[in-house]
Design a protein around this ligand. Sequence first.
Ligand SMILES: [Zn+2]
Length: 295
Amino acid sequence: MSTDEQTPCPLRCASRSRTRYVLQRFTVRECGSCGFLYRDPPASEAAMEEMYDAPAYLESAYFREQRSHPETSEGPEVAIYREGVALLEHAIGGPAHLLDVGCGAGRFLALARERGWKAEGLEISRTHAREVGARLGLPIHHGHVEQLDLGRHFDAITMWDVLEHVRDPIEALSAARRHLVPGGALLVFTIDCSSLFNQLGHLLHRVGGRRASGTLELLYDEHHNWFFTDATLHRLVELGGFRVDDERHYRAHLRRWLAAIDPPWWLPAAEVVDYVSFGIGRAYRQLWILRPAVS
Ligand SMILES: [Zn+2]
């Protein structure tokens, strides 16, 4: 395994990083100290601006699935949204004022409003910001979360499938902390790269002579800069000025973002892995309720 020094650990470790995987589009590096996995090189600001308004992104299965259901419909994603917003209401005492960072097609915003929240969104995609603002009639701000400066505070901030995309995860959490009222709460929903999927992907990669497999190319998405595990997310949370109030894991529910895939047997096989992963405590997605740490 290569130990050449490239991009240093974004979690501010002093030790050297090493190459974990060489994929078709980028390298996944691993911090030699904390084990944090990250994309090298990270996507540039210009590349991100282009990426999140590209038709391939806007028309991806993830957003097509969001648009194909009325906001009030059920389904695994909406069930997780409902559980998450209920956890926030429990944490802060009921519906209040919320900012959804990376609001995408606006499905969570619509659900929060339906439950009595006053809601606003932040979105890097100009297309989504414009479309969701017009459709829901809610304030949708455009920009990167690290540069967030709205001059006011929120009772809750949510980041659904967002933290793995940002340019600087510590700055993203710090910006959220600056915009929370005392006693507020932050919800983070992201992938757990210590999941059974990732372990199997790693095994296939090893068996295949360390050549990147199709499974790894799927697991390490080009839109993601950071690949968290439970342990590295804990470290990040501390660096961002938060403490953990609650932590839960969820299945991947693959059909929500993989519409058609080759070979055709892959999806049924992956769904079996999805069920098993949850049963053994190695599920693909993690939801955290965070509170500002007392400094
Ligand atoms: Zn590190």
